[in-house]
Design a protein around this ligand. Structure first.
Ligand SMILES: NC(=O)c1ccc[n+]([C@@H]2O[C@H](COP(=O)([O-])OP(=O)(O)OC[C@H]3O[C@@H](n4cnc5c(N)ncnc54)[C@H](OP(=O)(O)O)[C@@H]3O)[C@@H](O)[C@H]2O)c1
Length: 251
């Protein structure tokens, strides 16, 4: 049991998929949870209804996490609603899936911006809301940060930058009692996979190669996120924790 009563958490992209599962785990453990989303209001409403079944405060914030002004107003509203921040999960991501030779400067900048720079801006906004008790920050990454995957050039590079940023943030924030870590997932069958032209191939390839014999679920990722924000993980700083059923260690 992880006890998060009274803590306040923000999960970007918390309305669907992995973010939603993490938001629910945090709420189950007693944390008040704000979720952010971009376009799909009905999914956000549905998740808020599920979160509200726990005796916590749940609110949804529409914002594009790649947009500095949106982030500014997101944190302003979050401060008005919760007054403080203890846990932040940087989960929302995007990016252009194309062969490297077809990537334009615009594709590259967008992908690096939303997947890597966004964490820096989120943390800069979050720190004034984190008290002396400290806080927990978890960024969600993927195996494309360390492996080469067709069409994943820009996203893979952005996730590698994200993981490096986590390490640099962690040395700056550890003395302030803030843990910053990365949680990197294997293939998880969320809506995000629908954007891959070779979705079936990705799922079947992952299933065939995963020693645990099944795909990683959003709940598997959420369980580890819950551990990382718990007091038991207080000496874990700047690490990338992989949740993939053993997929990435198979030769
Ligand atoms: N699925 C996988 O196989 C996998 C594997 C490894 C790592 N990951 C990582 O896990 C994270 C979540 O992925 P997922 O598969 O759960 O995605 P998903 O099911 O597609 O959900 C994406 C969430 O992010 C929100 N979002 C998208 N763009 C946004 C933006 N610009 N600003 C704010 N919110 C935005 C969406 O809101 P709307 O619904 O309003 O658009 C939604 O809540 C990502 O960092 C991804 O790279 C995924």
């Amino acid at each position: 049991m992880v006890e998060l009563n009274g803590k306040c958490a923000l999960v970007t992209g918390g309305s669907r998929g992995i973010g939603r599962a993490i938001a629910l785990r945090l709420a189950e453990s007693g944390a008040n949870v704000g979720i952010n989303y971009l376009r799909n209001r009905s999914a956000a409403d549905k998740t808020i209804a599920e979160l509200s079944k726990y005796d916590i405060t749940a609110k949804a914030y529409k914002a594009n996490v790649a947009n500095e002004e949106h982030l500014h107003s997101l944190f302003k509203k979050f401060k008005e609603d919760y007054g403080r921040l203890d846990i932040m999960i940087s989960n929302a991501a995007s990016g252009i899936l194309k062969p490297a030779l077809e990537l334009t400067q615009r594709h590259w900048n967008w992908t690096m911006g939303i997947n890597a720079s966004t964490l820096l801006h989120l943390v800069q906004h979050a720190m004034p809301l984190i008290g002396e008790d400290g806080g927990k920050i978890v960024a969600i990454s993927s195996l494309g940060s360390v492996r080469a995957i067709p069409n994943y050039t820009a996203v893979g590079a952005s996730k590698a930058a994200l993981e490096s940023l986590v390490r640099h943030l962690s040395i700056e924030l550890a003395p302030k009692n803030v843990n910053v870590n990365t949680l990197s997932a294997g293939v998880v069958d969320t809506d995000a996979l629908k954007h891959f032209p070779n979705r079936e191939e990705i799922i079947n390839g992952s299933l065939a190669k995963t020693p645990a014999g099944r795909l990683t679920t959003p709940e598997d990722v959420a369980d580890v996120a819950l551990f990382l924000v718990s007091p038991s993980a207080k000496m874990i700083h700047g690490q990338t924790i992989v949740v993939d059923g053993g997929y990435s260690i198979v030769a």
